[in-house]
Every structure is written in C-alpha cells, then in structure tokens.
Design a protein around this ligand. Structure first.
Ligand code: HAM
Length: 418
C-alpha cells in the first residue's frame, strides 16, 4: 500500500502554513482595497463548461483535466476545475447578478487541478489567487489588474519580476491576424516541432509561445499580432500602456505572449520571475470580451488574472519567520497545572498568544519548551506566587524576573509596562 501523497500534490506543513497565511492575508487586503469582492465557485463543474470556455483547442482542456462521471447519472461528465474563470462567470450568470448591477469586481483563492507532468513549480493540485473584473471594456481596468498584482508582489517581498503584455486582437481583426500568421508559418511548417504542427490547425497563435529552441528562432521572424490588430485594439493597448507607465509599473510588449486558453481578446499578459527556473510564470491574465455573452450572460467586456500561489511563495524565498508567541506558562509543580491552565485560558481570551506543557514534563524541560517556542516571556506559577495571587514573569530576552498580578502581567505582555 502506497501511503505517500499522490505525485503533483503537496502538504502544507505548519511551518510552511505561516508563509501561506501571510500571502493569503496580503492578497485579500490588496484585492479588497481595490474594491474586489470574494467569490467561491465549486471545486468541480460539468466538464462541458471548460470545453465551451477555456476551449477545446487548449492543452488544459484537451490533455490536462481530471474528469469523472456519476454511476447514477448516465452521461454525466464532471471535471475538477483546471482554472476558476469559467466557474466564476457561470456563477455570475446563473445567479443573475447582472440584474443587480452591470459591473462586478470579484476575487478568489483556492485549489485548481491539472493532469500535468509534475516538476519544480508545476503541480497537479495547485492554488490560484485571482481577480475577474466583469462588465467593463475600459482599458484602465486591464491596467488596474496588473498594477494590483505588481503591488501584491511588493507587499510580500517579491522584488524581481517581469511583466510582458501583448494584444490578441478582437472579433473584428483576430481572423486577419490568424490568417497572416498561418501564411507566414505554412512554408516552414515541416521544420516546426510536432506540437506546433498540430497547433497550426488548432490554434496557430500557440506556435508563438513554443519553448522548443528551433521553433523559438523561427517564431522570432513571424509577424507580431500586436502590430496587425485594428485601430480600436491598438488604441486600447496604448491606453493600457499609458496607465502602466503613469503607475510606474515596468512592462515590455512581447509578441510571444499568446496565452494557452481560447477566450482571450485584446490585452494578454504574464508576470514571470527569474527566481523560478523553467516554470517561471507567476501570473497570467487578460481580457475576454466575448466569454460572458457566449455563456448566456450579457455581451460585456471583462478582464482578469490568476496567479499560482506556490510559485509566488517560491519567489518569496524562505525568509518568513513565524510570529513568536507572547508567553509560555510553566507549572513549578504538578499541583499548579490547573492554575496554570486557568491563567493560560484567561490570557488567550485577553488576546495574547501562548501555550503551556501538556506532557507532564519537569520544570527544567518546561523552561526548555519556553525557550524553543520563542516566547518573549515565561510565566511561572509555584507555591509562593500562588499563595499571593501572583505570577512570576521572566523576560526571556534579558533573563530578568519579577512578580506581578495577572493584570500587571497582561500590561507587561502588551508592552504597556516595561
Ligand atoms: P493560467 O496562465 O493557465 O491562466 O494560470 C495562471 C497561473 O496559475 C500561472 O501563471 C501559474 O502561476 C499558475 N499555474 C498554472 N498551472 C500550474 C501548475 N500546474 N502548477 C502550479 N501553478 C500553476 C488561468 O488559469 C486563467 N484563468 C487566468 C485568467 C483569469 N485570465 C483571465 N482571468
């Protein structure tokens, strides 16, 4: 019996959970100060949702979905969510939220699942945090999402990143861009890799982001989509760029950013980190102006991104120390454990963090635990303190000790009293 976690999954152990929480709290604060509201779609959906939205030509839908049926429901096919965007839009449309107002700014944070080949930074269960701004065609919203993510990286201490943007064109000009690209690729098609040859008919834009070295060199000579898009798309892109410049968010226009999902229109972008190796994408996003209408909602413009939390944590490095507790309480003898327990409960209810020994250990071993916990103060309770309704407060930093009433102890723990 194999009792190890399945390949491509990982446990978040207590020490690591501290760093997770720091990222989650920063993300929440960042999203909410920009007016985004939380949404929590389910972990699995009808598989057809992803065929319709993420797209049948995308690798994610063709090769990477975990699908399953239901023996009690003939023909049912479900998929663990490989991304959250389709579920978020389905939820908005299903709940008829557009009746309430036309513009929704939503954020989410939760697991996603892809049957990919696991490697460093690439998992089968990973965590996406992201936003969807649904119901606006304003290029300033595109910029807002990028600025927001750049600011989040700053908040969690990721200093080294690159933002690359591109335009995929709209319904009006996309066809002409696709044809121009096909015409340019076709004469050399035999020299492209097997994957690119199949992409040629499915979604020729993907030839531009192939990682195979020979394809990269040939792709560099292909026409850039951003230069062929219509005047409206070009004006949109210029507005996005202006807003990024005014916000001091550095970026680069990169024709190779074409994204692996079918729903994108106009702006597409990726943040990457040089600290990450081959799976260097921290975040990907863009505009999807036809998806909401295609899914039965109003025909409104939308834009969003999703970021891989594991990758942000890798880029953050190891430097997040867990917050030290305020106290560790020590029973000088067995008969004072009940009093120590009462003191600990009282202090926790007053908002202090701390612990005591639950293994019946000697006073020496309890002091070692106090040390190891990193608590600023050890609180000792023995016969003398107990008789006088006091507690002995030991400052673990300088070793000084003094007796205090429980109220005085609280003042010391909160730093109100030296
Ligand atoms: P995506 O580029 O497929 O876009 O994924 C977004 C991010 O999820 C990636 O940049 C990466 O950080 C992380 N990620 C993807 N796959 C894995 C994996 N196997 N292991 C670890 N991390 C991974 C989307 O999912 C779109 N829904 C983004 C979006 C939202 N576009 C508009 N709105």
């Amino acid at each position: 019996m194999n009792l190890q976690a399945p390949r491509g999954t990982h446990d978040v152990l207590p020490e690591e959970a501290v760093r997770w929480r720091r990222l989650e709290e920063a993300a929440r604060a960042c999203f909410e100060r920009c007016g985004y509201e939380e949404i929590r779609p389910p972990l699995f959906e009808h598989a057809a949702l992803y065929f319709k939205s993420s797209g049948e030509t995308s690798d994610i839908v063709r090769k990477e979905m975990f699908t399953f049926g239901d023996p009690n429901e003939e023909g049912a096919s479900f998929a663990l969510r490989p991304e959250l965007t389709p579920g978020v839009i389905r939820a908005l449309v299903e709940a008829d939220l557009f009746k309430k107002r036309g513009f929704w700014k939503l954020w989410y944070l939760g697991p996603a699942f892809r049957r990919e080949r696991p490697q460093k930074g690439r998992f089968r269960q990973f965590t996406q945090l992201g936003v969807e701004a649904v119901g606006s065609a304003d290029p300033l919203v595109d910029a807002e999402t990028m600025i927001l993510f750049a600011d989040l990286l700053g908040m969690v201490g990721v200093r080294s990143w690159e933002l690359r943007i591109n335009s995929m064109g709209c319904g009006g000009c996309r066809g002409a861009c696709r044809e121009a690209l096909r015409r340019a690729v076709e004469p050399d098609l035999g020299r492209f890799c097997q994957d690119c040859r199949s992409r040629f008919s499915r979604n020729v834009f993907r030839v531009l982001d192939c990682k195979n070295q020979a394809c990269v060199e040939m792709a560099a000579r292909l026409p850039a989509t951003a230069e062929r898009v219509c005047a409206h798309c070009r004006a949109h892109m210029e507005s996005v760029e202006n807003a990024l410049r005014r916000a001091d968010v550095p970026y680069r226009v990169d024709p190779r950013i074409v994204r692996g999902l079918d729903y994108y229109t106009r702006t597409v972008y990726e943040f990457s980190s040089p600290a990450l190796g081959s799976q260097d994408a921290l975040c990907g996003g863009g505009r999807y102006d036809t998806l909401v209408g295609d899914m039965g909602g109003p025909c409104v413009g939308s834009v969003g991104f999703a970021a891989g939390a594991e990758r942000i944590l890798m880029a953050m490095g190891e430097g997040t120390a867990p917050r030290a507790p305020d106290f560790f309480a020590v029973a000088v003898a067995e008969e004072f454990r009940a009093d120590v327990f009462r003191l600990v409960t009282d202090l926790r209810r007053a908002g202090f963090s701390g612990d005591m020994d639950f293994e019946g250990r000697s006073i020496k071993a309890q002091m070692r635990s106090a040390n190891r916990s990193g608590a600023r103060y050890a609180l000792l309770l023995g016969p003398q303190e107990s008789a006088r309704g006091m507690v002995r407060v030991k400052d673990m930093k300088d070793g000084t000790e003094r007796d205090a009433t429980p109220e005085e102890a609280k003042a010391i723990l909160s730093g109100r009293r030296p």
